[in-house]
Design a protein around this ligand. Structure first.
Ligand SMILES: Cc1cc2nc3c(=O)[nH]c(=O)nc-3n(C[C@H](O)[C@H](O)[C@H](O)COP(=O)(O)OP(=O)(O)OC[C@H]3O[C@@H](n4cnc5c(N)ncnc54)[C@H](O)[C@@H]3O)c2cc1C
Length: 442
């Protein structure tokens, strides 16, 4: 028999957290938070721990008592969703994990399931033991590879190249495959809202010259290459040419995680699997279904995490409105910081041996980080940059030089650890009892 809830939130990322957090404020709303895993993992550190599995535990918490929030009106479910029947307004969970086979009925549902990104995020239903094994297999394969192909030259592909070199040295050949032959197309290149050819050229040159990465033009449409391959093989490119590899990792999102949605209406999803919504981020086929980051209405601007946060809070408020019989509001992104055309930075790896470029910062941070005058360590304006956190000196580059280099990359690894708590990720650094002792890293 189904347990009944007012709103169900589905997902395990920062989007789902902020939706549940918003709903937790109205104590009379009964919320099912279908988290789907027994552990939390901080996705933004994926390039670090996939290249060095010893780092994985630092970004993971396997103790639900540590990471679960204590919201009286929110009930967590730690088994993943198998199907969401939009006609019946009923969710069935997978037959695996602590809440195996549970059935949940809802008045409204918020889907914050992100995009399919094999290896970068754990597959729905994965246990922590399985995830640790996957991360270790990836790290091991990368360490012994002679040729590595990262497919997708966006921010994630660029990070993977940098972290690969930091963790595994310069012995292997690294190929970064790009449809256009350029890097960062959608953030700074021709497909960007405000293209910045300077950043494209700069990052391409740093990758080629400093990180010895072969940026190669080519696309791959064969679906068998949409999953990572951790053993030797041959990639078939669309132009008929081939590329031998020891490890192949797609570094682009493969489409929204919406395959669990079931409906009698054929217009629920578009051909790519995105939830067809109006400007309220509300499904046009099923008005009680809302989507965060998986909809046909695209979220514009950077930082992406702030856009997702704003959309999640909006969807939570609209879901509550709909079940009260009110009209939902159009989504207006009032997140902080406000949407910026470009990412704040480009990370070519994290920590010593990496390279980071500050590309755009909001006003006060810009002054503090000396972007206006090409300042930087040791002449940063006090008290901004005087070693408030480890790695801070040199965080904006060195005085008189552009705000980039190894200093910012060293800062970023510390800065990255500051973000998870703000997005509901707690207790990172503890696998807990689920992972056998011999599988734990030192
Ligand atoms: C390597 C990397 C670095 C990044 N760096 C930055 C950065 O510096 N700044 C920034 O702003 N953004 C960054 N991003 C982007 C940012 O991480 C995403 O925008 C953000 O995580 C999206 O949040 P989300 O909750 O919508 O989706 P996700 O974080 O993808 O979370 C969705 C979760 O839901 C789970 N899920 C899927 N299907 C189901 C199901 N059926 N049942 C239950 N759960 C399910 C997924 O497995 C996943 O864990 C980075 C991303 C990556 C991969």
């Amino acid at each position: 028999m189904a347990s009944s809830f007012d709103v169900a939130v589905v997902g395990a990322g920062l989007g789902a957290f902020h939706a549940a957090e918003e709903l937790a404020k109205s104590k009379n709303t009964k919320v099912a938070f279908i988290y789907g895993y027994t552990f939390q993992e901080w996705v933004m550190a994926a390039a670090i721990f996939l290249n060095n599995p010893d780092e994985h535990q630092k970004w993971t918490c396997g103790v639900p008592e540590k990471w679960k929030q204590k919201w009286p009106n929110v009930q967590y479910f730690l088994s993943s969703v198998e199907s969401i029947d939009c006609d019946k307004k009923e969710i069935k969970l997978m037959n695996k994990g602590p809440d195996a086979g549970a059935v949940i009925s809802y008045k409204a549902v918020i889907l914050a399931t992100g995009s399919k990104s094999p290896l970068l995020t754990p597959a729905p239903g994965m246990s922590l033991t399985e995830r640790v094994a996957e991360v270790r297999a990836c790290g091991q394969a990368l360490k012994s590879a002679k040729t590595v192909v990262f497919n997708g030259s966006g921010l994630v592909g660029v990070e993977m190249c940098g972290d690969f070199r930091i963790q595994n040295g310069y012995g292997a050949k690294v190929i970064l495959l790009s449809r256009s032959g350029k890097v960062l197309d959608s953030d700074f290149g021709d497909k960007a809202h405000t293209p910045d050819a300077g950043v494209v050229t700069k990052v391409t040159n740093i990758l080629k010259d400093k990180f010895q990465v072969d940026v190669k033009q080519g696309s791959v449409s064969d679906p068998k290459f949409s999953d990572p391959i951790l053993s030797p093989g041959t990639l078939k490119l669309d132009d008929g040419s081939t590329l031998d590899f020891d490890v192949y990792i797609p570094c682009y999102p493969l489409g929204p995680n919406t395959s669990s949605l079931v409906s009698s209406k054929s217009d629920l999803l578009d051909p790519r699997g995105a939830l067809v919504t109006n400007e309220c981020l509300q499904s046009t086929a099923h008005p009680e279904v809302f989507g965060v980051g998986i909809t046909t209405i695209k979220l514009f601007g950077h930082p992406v995490s702030s856009r997702i946060t704003a959309a999640s809070q909006h969807c939570a408020r609209q879901a509550a409105a709909v079940i009260e019989g009110k009209q939902p509001q159009v989504f207006k992104d009032k997140g902080a910081p406000p949407p910026m055309s470009h990412p704040m930075n480009v990370k070519i790896g994290h920590g010593p041996g990496g390279y980071m470029i500050w590309t755009s910062l909001p006003g006060p941070a810009k002054v503090c980080c000396c972007q206006c005058c090409n300042g930087g360590y040791p002449c940063c304006p006090p008290p901004c940059c005087w070693c408030c956190i480890p790695g801070c000196s040199g965080a904006c580059g060195t005085c008189g030089s552009p705000p980039e280099g190894e200093g910012p990359a060293k800062l970023m690894i510390h800065l990255l650890a500051k973000f998870p708590p703000a997005h509901g990720f707690k207790g990172l650094g503890d696998y807990g009892a689920e992972v056998p002792t011999q599988a734990k890293m030192t």
